[in-house]
Design a protein around this ligand. Sequence first.
Ligand code: ARG
Ligand code: MN
Ligand code: MN
Ligand code: MN
Length: 306
Amino acid sequence: MHCKILGLPVQEGTGRPGCNMGPDSYRAAGIADAIRELGHTFVDLGNLSHGPERAIDHPNPVIKSLPVAVSWIEAISEAAYQASADGFPIFLGGDHLLAAGTVPGITRRSAENGRRQFVLWLDAHTDFHTLDTTTSGNLHGTPVAYYTGQKGFDGYFPKLAAVVDPKNVCMMGIRSVDPAERVAIRDSGITVYDMRQIDEHGVAALLRDFIARVRAENGVLHVSLDVDFLDPTIAPAVGTTVPGGATFREAHLIMEMLHDSGLVTSLDLVELNPFLDERGRTATVMVDLMASLLGRSVMDRPTISY
Ligand code: ARG
Ligand code: MN
Ligand code: MN
Ligand code: MN
């Protein structure tokens, strides 16, 4: 496989600085060697910048950094579209606002190729606010509502070339949902596996069902991995820690099953805030998870189709 990493140093979607250092932290953690050791070819496309900001105002007074957010989304969706022409793009965040660019960009590509786009959203949060419902004003809480075409973005965020069907989105690890998000997501058609369901059924059974659906529809799968999907004891370097997250073993099993499926075509690594890390251990955990997704395993295994 040909892997391309693209740094997206977005931090304006959160309430605090630091995520802009994420891409370089992954580089320091050895992401290039981890990819090459698995026999993949590799290119580092460097870090993207956003274009000029236009004055833009929204009636919701709590919204933070809307002009730069829009300018990031425009730049990222074009870059993601270009990067998905060939090879396997790995988008290094940067906060989760970047998925308002990566997902529309790759979905535009899939639509052109006549393939259905699926998204596996690994996160403590649903990130399903609109510009009207956000109460924190942090726009990293909005990308899923935007890329699935919910109302409330028209005239502010860029017009979408292609929308992801909410039925093709599966969330796992959810354990922090705001009241407005809970109401909106209930009727959206999105599959939400919260931590309760992971505890009851285990990640393998839940993921197997979703993978089977992607395969049945000849879909392509984008994985968006938020650091806070993981339990804060193994991944402290994130501004929005929530206790009770996925364990090291659950997270690796997900990545290994995804590798075996052969269906994943792109990846976001988001929300790493190196300013909050402890001797790089969160960056290292994230790089190791990526390596499992790209085929690292302890023993050789026959490829299993789930
Ligand atoms: N729902 C909360 C908010 O809107 C938290 C969002 C956290 N999102 C994230 N990508 N970490 O502020
Ligand atoms: Mn700037
Ligand atoms: Mn998130
Ligand atoms: Mn999150």
